[in-house]
Design a protein around this ligand. Structure first.
Ligand code: C5P
Length: 216
């Protein structure tokens, strides 16, 4: 798997932005695994069930793909663009809860792996891409940044969407998520074996991209 890059790291570390720019540079596909956990949360909300079997039935034989529209990757599920719906705050919280369930994680592991096409290449970002889903990837990145910097980036992103958020609340919600993601029993957020750690706190996006392109 020479043409596969995994990017793991905490929320707000810039994984999504870096993945998108790398995909454009290399012409590879993208897998935003967080979006798949959010999709599971949306399905579970729609069918009012949280058990993996019921969710599995809803997922079976459905088409799931990412498509670049403008400068944003959109997630399509069963012919519908669910991008805006899965970004809702309550879906994020539900996704985070469901992500603790080993059966749910097993349920979508094959789906996640099916995004890799050896003829095209893939940038996969998330929390366990290099450790669990694609342990055989040749290039693994662990992207990090200070909590203040991550909160600042989130604030700018939200502002662009017209949402005002208090910096102190943002920091505490990021800390809360970090703690949960790093300390859970199943697929915790960790630095995968063989990963290159990039601390982007004082780096521009181009500097981060250049560091990764050096590895490619
Ligand atoms: O990255 P994003 O915030 O969209 O992810 C939604 C949730 O899914 C996160 O809270 C994270 O805990 C979980 N997740 C995960 N494993 C991944 C990607 C995301 O547990 N590979």
């Amino acid at each position: 798997m020479d043409n596969l890059i995994t990017i793991d790291g905490p929320g707000g570390s810039g994984k999504g932005t870096v993945a998108k720019l790398l995909a454009a540079k290399l012409g590879w596909n993208i897998l935003d695994s967080g979006a798949l956990y959010r999709l599971i949360a949306l399905i579970s909300e729609n069918i009012k069930e949280t058990d993996p079997d019921s969710i599995g039935i809803e997922l079976k034989d459905k088409n799931i793909f990412f498509k670049l529209i403008g400068d944003q990757y959109h997630l399509f599920f069963d012919g519908k663009d669910v991008t805006d719906t899965i970004r809702r705050e309550e879906i994020g919280i539900k996704a985070s809860d469901l992500a603790h369930n080993q059966n749910i994680r097993d349920l979508i592991k094959d789906t996640q792996r099916s995004f890799y096409d050896p003829n095209t290449g893939l940038i996969a970002d998330g929390r366990d891409m290099g450790s669990v889903v694609f342990p055989e990837a040749k290039i693994k990145i662990y992207l990090d940044a200070s909590i203040e910097e991550r909160a600042k980036r989130r604030q700018i992103q939200l502002k662009e969407k017209g949402m005002e958020v208090n910096m102190r609340n943002l920091i505490s919600s990021l800390e809360d998520r970090d703690l949960k993601d790093k300390n859970r029993d199943v697929s915790p957020l960790l630095i995968p074996e063989g990963a290159k750690v990039i601390d982007s706190t004082n780096l521009s996006i181009d500097e981060v991209l250049n560091k990764i392109m050096d590895l490619v």
